[in-house]
Design a protein around this ligand. Structure first.
Ligand code: ZN
Ligand code: ZN
Length: 339
């Protein structure tokens, strides 16, 4: 079978390798249909993901069909359409026992710390697959993992009806956050430096948009919220500046959710956090969000609506990665097709 391996930073190969075999009775073998290309994959390719090790088969946004099941598999069958939950964890540490295995001390992410799904077949434990209805288009199914990122961020922010939610960044992650915030009934404000991205956010339900290069963001938020501020701020940009703005733009009793991995310190005083009694919540990957997201995909309440802009065949993977790198404004989400 074919597999896309990043052998070291800046080097990609399409390998010919044996198909994986089941090694435990709780495993399933999946024939991959399509795989989304994420910023994480690009960072691993370009050597800018500090968590990745090489060589690595990338890909963690995966949809496929089960072709074999182990003798102990109970809830999956050959022929099932599935999406992959890309985390594995110890189940024993404090985080795992607190229901937050996404931050397990021994967390392993499919396609980052271990080989991922950009190959024709994978074998995984049954607990890492979630069944998608057979009538759902593969391009809708493959968006499940990106939506779980938005589902997690809105869960961490406890987003609900009646709130105003300010989302910084209208890239693919910002859009998944927006879609989930709208499904939770919030009024949404989205900021981005690109007007084309802002108009796409409007098509996806953004109630207000702000381009920080054209207007002072904090003033705009105050105006839109009658001076109250945003009840939840979700930072899908992740710079020291956007984090500072998040704390500034949050309302009293509000919540700030961070998604970025930027290691540069921000200068934020204690005062606004204590005075407004803010909750600052990190949001990483997802925990227990697949059930909900898959339900919304199966009921067609969650559809990609042109979030997928480009498709590439596995045979053109090198060109795909180059195109995505060279065209950040054209490519929202690109998908690699294995058929
Ligand atoms: Zn991703
Ligand atoms: Zn653990």
């Amino acid at each position: 079978m074919k597999a896309v391996q990043i052998t070291e930073a800046h080097h990609m190969e399409v390998l010919e390798m044996p198909e994986p075999a089941l090694t435990h009775k709780n495993e399933v073998k999946i024939k991959i249909k399509n795989v989304g290309v994420c910023g994480t994959d690009m960072h691993i390719y370009h050597g800018t993901n500090p968590l990745a090790t090489y060589p690595r088969i990338v890909g963690h946004e995966v949809a496929g069909e089960i072709v074999e099941t182990g003798s102990g598999v109970e809830n999956a069958s050959v022929g099932d359409h599935v999406v992959v939950e890309p985390i594995s964890y110890c189940g024993e540490c404090y985080a795992c026992k607190s229901g937050r295995p996404n931050v397990c001390k021994d967390l392993s992410v499919f396609g980052v710390h271990e080989n991922g799904g950009m190959r024709e077949f994978v074998v995984l434990p049954e607990r890492q697959v979630h069944k998608i209805n057979a009538d759902i288009d593969w391009d809708e199914a493959v968006m499940a993992e990106p939506y779980t990122i938005g589902a997690q961020a809105t869960w961490r922010g406890n987003v609900r009806t009646g709130q105003t939610v300010f989302i910084q960044g209208a890239g693919p992650i910002g859009i998944t956050v927006l879609k989930m915030a709208k499904l939770r009934g919030a009024t949404t404000i989205v900021s981005d430096l690109t007007n084309e991205r802002l108009s796409f956010a409007e098509q996806n339900g953004a109630d207000y948009t702000i381009n920080p290069s054209e207007a002072e963001t904090k003033d705009q938020i105050d105006e839109m919220t009658d001076g109250e501020g945003a009840n939840v701020v979700i930072d899908a940009v992740g710079t020291p500046e956007t984090f500072e703005l998040s704390v500034d733009a949050a309302s009293p009793a509000g919540t700030v959710v961070t998604l970025g991995f930027n290691a540069t310190p921000s200068s934020i005083a204690l005062m606004p956090i204590t005075k407004k009694e803010l909750t600052i919540a990190g949001s990483r990957l997802q925990t227990h969000q697949f059930e909900k997201v898959v339900g919304l995909i199966n009921s067609k309440e969650l559809t990609h609506d042109n979030l997928i802009t480009h498709k590439f065949h596995i045979d053109h993977i090198q060109d795909a990665f180059q195109f995505i790198k060279d065209n950040p404004d054209k490519v929202r989400k690109a998908v690699v097709d294995f058929e």
